[in-house]
Write a protein that binds this ligand. Structure first.
Ligand code: CUA
Length: 333
C-alpha cells in the first residue's frame, strides 16, 4: 500500500473516532453516580465504550477509504476481479475481537463480584414491595419502618428484597444497582451511597395498574442525621402510630389523604369517605382495608388494591390506621 493511502485511512479513522467520542462524551447517557457500585458500572461502560470506539474507527476508516478509492468508473460495466479470502487478515480480525470481548467479560465479572460484596458489616435494611408501594425496615430494637428510604452516606448497605404480591423491581438510577423483588424468594442488593441527596426509587417491573406510580424516594444523609431519623421515627411511631402505618404501608402511593399530604389518584380519595349500606364509618374503613373489593367506589376497578393487609398488619396496626383515617375525615375535628 502506498504511503498516501495509509495517511488517508488514518485520517478517516481519527475523524470517525473523534465523532464517536463526541457522541459518547457530550450526550448525558447516564445519571451522575451516587454510589460506589455505580462508579464501577460506569467504569465498565467506559471500558467497553473505548473499545467500541476504536473498533468503529478502524471499520469506518476501511469502509470510507474503499468506497472512495474503489468506486466504479462511469460506463465501467465489467465484473470485479475474483478474489479469494485472505487467511492472515481473517485470523487477525477474529483474534483481536476475541481478546477484546474476553477482556470485557473479565472486567464485568470482577465488577459484578465486587458489587455483590457488602463487606463484613453492612447496614441491613429489609425492603418490602407491594402493589404499589415500597416499605423499608431498619435494623435495631425500635423496628423503625418508613415509606421513604433513608441511608447514611459512605456506609455499605445490604437490601433484602421481598414482595408480598407480584414481581416488582427496585432501581435507583443514580445507584446503578437493580434487582427484582419476587414473591416467595429473597433477593439482595448492595449499595454504598457516596453522595448526599434525594433520588427516586423506581419500580421497573410491570406490576399492575399502579406500576407507573410505584415510585418512592431515597434520601442519602450524613451519619448523625441518619441516627436522628431513626430516633425521631421511633419516637413518632408511639406519638401517632396510625400516621406511621399509613406512611410505611405506602397507602399514600395510591390514595389522596390531606392529613398525610398525599394526593395520588390511583385509588379513591380518603379525605371524605362515604360509607355504603348504612355501615358506620369506622367499620366501613376497616372492611375496605382488609377486604378491598367488598365495595368498589364509583369510577374505580376491583383487584387493584392488595388484599394482603389482613395478613401484613397486626390488629393493633389496623386499629391505629382506622383511627387515623377516621380522625382525618374532612369536617371532623
Ligand atoms: Cu411495582 Cu411496577
Amino acid at each position: 500500500m502506498r504511503r498516501g493511502s495509509i495517511v488517508r485511512i488514518t485520517i478517516y479513522g481519527v475523524l470517525a473516532g473523534i465523532l464517536a467520542s463526541v457522541v459518547a462524551v457530550l450526550v448525558p447517557w447516564l445519571p451522575t453516580s451516587a454510589s460506589k457500585e455505580m462508579d464501577r458500572i460506569e467504569f465498565t461502560f467506559w471500558f467497553t465504550t473505548v473499545i467500541c470506539i476504536a473498533v468503529f474507527a478502524v471499520v469506518a476508516a476501511a469502509i470510507v477509504y474503499s468506497v472512495l478509492k474503489f468506486r466504479v468508473q462511469p460506463e465501467d460495466e465489467s465484473d470485479g476481479p475474483p478474489i479469494h479470502g485472505h487467511t492472515g487478515l481473517e485470523i487477525v480480525w477474529t483474534a483481536i475481537p476475541a481478546v477484546l470481548v474476553t477482556a470485557i467479560s473479565v472486567v464485568s465479572a470482577i465488577v459484578l463480584a465486587k458489587n455483590d460484596n457488602a463487606g463484613a458489616n453492612p447496614l441491613r435494611i429489609a425492603v418490602t414491595a407491594q402493589q404499589f408501594a415500597w416499605k423499608f425496615e431498619y435494623p435495631g430494637e425500635a423496628k423503625v419502618t418508613s415509606g421513604q428510604l433513608v441511608l447514611p452516606v459512605d456506609q455499605p448497605v445490604k437490601l433484602t428484597l421481598r414482595s408480598v404480591d407480584v414481581i416488582h423491581a427496585f432501581w435507583v438510577p443514580e445507584f446503578g444497582q437493580k434487582s427484582d423483588a419476587v414473591p416467595g424468594i429473597e433477593t439482595t442488593l448492595v449499595i454504598t451511597p457516596t453522595r448526599v441527596g434525594e433520588y427516586a426509587v423506581v419500580c421497573t417491573e410491570l406490576c399492575g395498574l399502579g406500576h407507573s406510580t410505584m415510585r418512592g424516594s431515597v434520601r442519602v444523609v450524613q451519619r448523625r442525621e441518619y441516627d436522628k431519623f431513626l430516633a425521631d421515627a421511633s419516637a413518632g411511631a408511639s406519638e401517632n402510630p396510625g400516621e406511621t402505618v399509613f406512611a410505611s404501608e405506602g397507602c399514600g402511593a395510591c390514595h389522596e389523604f390531606t392529613p398525610a399530604g398525599t394526593d395520588s389518584q390511583v385509588g379513591p380519595s380518603l379525605d371524605a369517605i362515604q360509607p355504603t349500606g348504612g355501615k358506620p364509618l369506622e367499620e366501613f374503613i376497616r372492611e375496605s382495608i382488609v377486604e378491598p373489593d367488598a365495595v368498589i367506589a364509583a369510577g374505580f376497578r376491583p383487584n387493584v388494591m392488595p388484599k394482603t393487609f389482613n395478613q401484613t398488619l397486626s390488629d393493633e396496626q389496623l386499629d391505629d390506621l382506622v383511627q387515623y383515617l377516621v380522625d382525618g375525615q374532612k369536617g371532623r375535628k
